[in-house]
Design a protein. Structure first.
Length: 95
């Protein structure tokens, strides 16, 4: 076969860059959720009537954020809180 035009190609560097950008965006959103939870933990700890137990809800979706994955966010937050010395128990809702 003789082509007059070169066949299209895929630039792997562009794909890698897009994947890295997506991963950075996800990490930024996960950090935002973690910072909100840290704030709530501090507020709960400051409450004299606090029992020392804190329950956090991770949002199912973030408005204006495409590709947000709740399970990845839960895993990230649980790992970070564990590394920070908290006892973490994760309960996934029935879906």
């Amino acid at each position: 076969m003789d082509f007059d035009v070169d066949p299209p190609t895929v630039n792997l560097a562009d794909l890698t860059q897009a994947r890295k950008k997506y991963a950075q965006t996800c990490a930024r959103h996960h950090l935002t959720v973690l910072m909100q939870i840290h704030k709530k933990i501090k507020q709960t700890a400051a409450n004299r009537k606090s029992t020392g137990v804190f329950v956090a809800r991770i949002p199912k979706m973030l408005i204006g954020v495409s590709g947000y994955n709740q399970r990845q966010c839960v895993d990230f937050v649980a790992e970070q809180l564990s590394l920070n010395g908290f006892v973490v128990s994760v309960a996934y809702p029935d879906t």
